[in-house]
Design a protein around this ligand. Structure first.
Ligand code: DLL
Length: 435
């Protein structure tokens, strides 16, 4: 049996969970019908009214919502509460072009933090722990979410934010951090640095809560070994609240979805058909307790498998696998969401042909991204100096669009391999979704 933050909820019977979901879904649908004209119109288009939703079994009647809807409704179109009742916004780790802005009431924040508290307690956290939060603070949900969860548990919270590895390690050793929260790639980097400096004996870490990007079982073993800890996965997305939509327990075989707040479905990404539990599909979430940004049937584009197999930790909430891929082409590079279309936009705006390749790799546990672009015939005759200047110009434009550094290499015309079918735009050498 495991440790729980809210035992009566986390181990509730399936019947009880069904009942909560039904009551809350009915209320949520009324809430959006009355307060969000966008939803009312979508429901009218789908030929339904709130009266058609009598239990969670009617969920499939409701229309999906997509990231495009969020973009079209930016910034206030999906607000479920007056701005005067909202106390916070957070945003995706994405970029200018595709940013999503999510709103929270104080009630929304309390629930989100409780979900993160459940994850911390499942990882063995108690009020005697020192919780070292190295997710970014600011618009990104990682820092704020785990910070709030840590407070709720009563841990001594170190709001480190990301970066400055020397200082991270110093605080970790001086203050005796016991739980580390950060991206898995940063955890691996910290592990390596600690090992190099021969400081493994000086750190007191026992557990880590790592998410926001894909990581393999190999990476888990590497981090566990280097830091001498148990490494737990945590999943979430800004649109649905942030980290803590689901979290791993002591069994470390998938993440329990906080089903009293989020209903999860898997669908066939091509047809939208709802799949039975156990079949691989796109994860779709419905927020049943959120007030300010109440997304219903939100298509995440993350691919996963659900399971209701009994779990040795005693939790009854459905488990999802780690995301096994995406149904769109979004990449997560250095924790930042990157869409190839944004890169293409920059190249087109600067007059380059659409022959390019994006090569993503992980070197020393840090992501790298290189964009290879074919020059036009005229550019090809330019001097070496001119070519470097052009590369630099593209680096700057990509930085402005993506928010991260991408290396640029201009190559001779017709050197990027053409394929018969779809162009191969992305080469991701990280093999992140293999296990
Ligand atoms: O990454 C929230 C988060 C912060 C989760 C800290 C966990 C820890 P976004 O920036 O909106 O929010 O990015 C959401 O990141 O759709 C997934 O594709 C990916 N993702 C999140 N957690 C995981 C994970 C945060 N554990 C997008 N494994 C999601 C794999 C993950 N991918």
């Amino acid at each position: 049996m495991g440790n729980y933050y809210q035992p009566e909820i986390e181990t509730a019977s399936r019947e009880q969970i069904h009942q909560w979901q039904s009551e809350r879904l009915i209320n949520q649908v009324k809430h959006v019908w009355e307060n969000v004209p966008f939803y009312k119109n979508k429901m009218i288009e789908a030929g339904i009214t709130p009266d058609d939703i009598k239990s969670v079994d009617d969920l499939h009647k409701l229309p999906f919502i997509t990231k495009d809807d969020l973009k079209d409704q930016y910034p206030y179109g999906l607000l479920g509460k007056p701005l005067s009742e909202c106390v916070r916004i957070q945003s995706t780790s994405g970029t200018t072009g595709k940013r999503v802005v999510a709103f929270y009431t104080q009630h929304d924040i309390d629930i989100w933090e409780e979900c993160c508290a459940r994850a911390i307690v499942a990882a063995g956290g108690t009020k005697d722990d020192v919780c070292h939060v190295s997710y970014g603070y600011g618009l990104f949900t990682g820092g704020a979410g785990l910070n709030g969860g840590s407070h709720k548990v009563g841990c001594l919270t170190l709001p480190m934010s990301s970066g400055n590895t020397e200082r991270q390690i110093q605080f970790m050793t001086d203050l005796g951090s016991t739980i580390l929260c950060c991206t898995p790639s940063y955890a691996a980097y910290l592990g390596e640095t600690i090992q190099e400096k021969g400081l493994k004996d000086k750190i007191k870490l026992k557990a880590g809560i790592f998410g926001a990007e894909a990581w393999t079982e190999e990476m888990r073993h590497d981090i566990e070994e280097k830091l001498g800890i148990k490494a737990y996965d945590i999943y979430g997305l800004t649109e649905i609240s942030g980290p803590g939509v689901s979290f791993e327990c002591s069994e470390q075989t998938g993440m329990h979805v906080n089903e009293d707040h989020f209903i999860v479905e898997t669908i066939n990404p091509k047809t939208g058909e709802v799949l039975p539990i156990g079949e691989k599909g796109e994860l779709v979430f419905t927020c049943i307790t959120k007030e300010a940004f109440p997304l219903i049937r939100y298509r995440t584009r993350d691919i996963g498998i659900l399971s209701l197999e009994p779990c040795s930790c005693g939790r009854t909430h459905v488990k999802m696998t780690k995301p096994l891929g995406r149904s769109d082409d979004m990449l997560i590079v250095k924790g930042v969401n990157v869409f190839p279309s944004q890169i293409e936009t920059v190249l087109m705006n600067k007059g380059y042909p659409a022959n390019y390749q994006i090569i993503v790799d992980r070197v020393n546990n840090s992501d790298t991204i290189e964009v290879q672009v074919e020059m036009t015939a005229e550019m090809f005759s330019d001097s070496v100096g001119d070519i470097s200047a052009k590369e630099k110009e593209l680096v700057d434009a990509l930085k402005a669009m993506l928010g991260i550094y991408a290396k640029v290499k201009l190559v001779s015309p017709k050197t990027i391999a053409r394929s018969e079918g779809k162009a191969v735009r992305i080469i991701d050498n990280r093999n992140l979704y293999k296990g």
